[in-house]
Design a protein around this ligand. Structure first.
Ligand SMILES: Nc1ncnc2c1ncn2[C@@H]1O[C@H](COP(=O)(O)OP(=O)(O)OP(=O)(O)O)[C@@H](O)[C@H]1O
Length: 325
């Protein structure tokens, strides 16, 4: 067994901009189903990248290909420039919640066992287990059987397992599924802290758009096996901010008026029982056309303002766009 040789598991991040993970033209068929269709993307060191998409869009297939659990039909995956099949020691992964845990072991024993599988042991490991458990607020639970911990605590132990081997890349599939608000906030903060203070590069698959907006630096969006977007969170939010308007009406829309609006070729969101409309436009002139349409059906506008957009709206817009095209 090798001595755990990390001097400072919580070292500061450095060398931003290095391409840690590069996926190029990844394609995978299951029989006749093209699960992943010519996807390329890359992630920089120390960043959290969200891989998102509707059910069946190819996220798990992509993540499992990166871990070398699935052999793709086409494409390459490079970890620090090396073929991923020769670089699995740089990756830790968490799939399907807490399935990596042994229920009859304590958090400390789980972490020790998991590190042991990768040949890590010794006094330094014990010290790092303590540091990790402290960071996850689990010190007082370190000797309690995992079976007797709350769901949120179990999830935190499961995430800690992906960090104990100190791999540069951490892949997390739905890390906050089914958690209460406090556990969700704990894990959200741990993810941000992990990427920025532990120098980890995280690829995160989740359907929780609030989490994505809160923690991700970059996002890759898949739909039906194809990549439909790859950009920084900041750019996407800025881009869509200038295009989302809130229109407050003098009175609520009648069912006939709602139907009239639904027939127009715009993405309307009717709010507050019809007294407010939100709309995403892609051409600035459209806002004048919409004002005109509302005038034509005798709807008076109290106020129009540009709205802070949330990522969920962007996600729906990008994935719908692909579905409808
Ligand atoms: N082992 C398999 N055999 C056959 N088809 C599969 C297999 N695994 C996945 N698929 C198909 O491949 C496509 C992509 O599946 P994948 O699990 O990668 O999507 P996903 O985006 O992770 O979905 P979810 O959000 O539901 O987990 C789907 O059409 C799915 O039915």
């Amino acid at each position: 067994m090798t001595e755990y040789c990390i001097n400072d598991i919580f070292r500061k991040k450095g060398d931003d901009g290095i391409g840690v993970l590069e996926v190029t033209n990844l394609t995978k068929y299951y029989g006749k189903v093209k699960a992943v269709d010519d996807i390329s993307f890359s992630i920089e060191r120390g960043k959290i990248c969200g891989i998102l998409g509707p059910n069946g869009s190819g996220k798990t297939t992509t993540i499992k290909s990166i871990c070398n659990l699935i052999i793709p039909d086409k494409g390459t995956i490079k970890i620090f420039g090396k073929d991923n099949r020769k670089a699995t020691n740089h990756i830790s992964a968490l799939f399907e919640g807490t399935r990596n845990l042994y229920w009859r072991l304590t958090p400390r024993e789980n972490l020790r066992y998991f590190a042991g599988i990768r040949g890590i042991g010794g006094k330094a490991l014990e010290k790092n287990i303590d540091i990790l458990l402290d960071r996850f607020n689990l010190t007082d639970k370190r000797d309690v059987m995992v079976n007797n911990l709350s769901r949120g605590m179990q999830q935190k132990v499961a995430i800690a397992m992906t960090l104990i081997c100190d791999t540069e890349i951490v892949l997390l599939d739905e890390p906050t599924l089914g958690l209460d608000v406090q556990s969700y906030l704990d894990i959200k903060n741990i993810l941000i802290d992990t990427a920025s203070n532990m120098d980890k590069t995280i690829l995160l698959s989740t359907h929780n758009m609030a989490l994505v907006q809160d923690v991700c630096d970059d996002v890759v969006i898949l739909s039906k096996g194809k990549k439909v977007a790859e950009d920084s969170m900041e750019k996407l939010l800025n881009m869509f901010k200038s295009m989302t308007y809130e229109i407050i009406l003098a009175e609520s829309l009648s069912p006939e008026n709602k139907e009239h609006l639904s027939r127009l070729n715009y993405e309307f969101y009717i709010i507050n029982d019809g007294s407010k409309i939100e709309i995403d436009i892609f051409d600035f002139h459209d806002i004048y056309k919409i004002i005109e349409e509302l005038k034509n059906i005798n709807i008076f506008i109290k106020e129009i303002k540009q709205k802070d957009v949330n990522f969920e709206r962007i996600y729906l817009s990008l994935t719908d766009e692909e579905v409808n095209s």
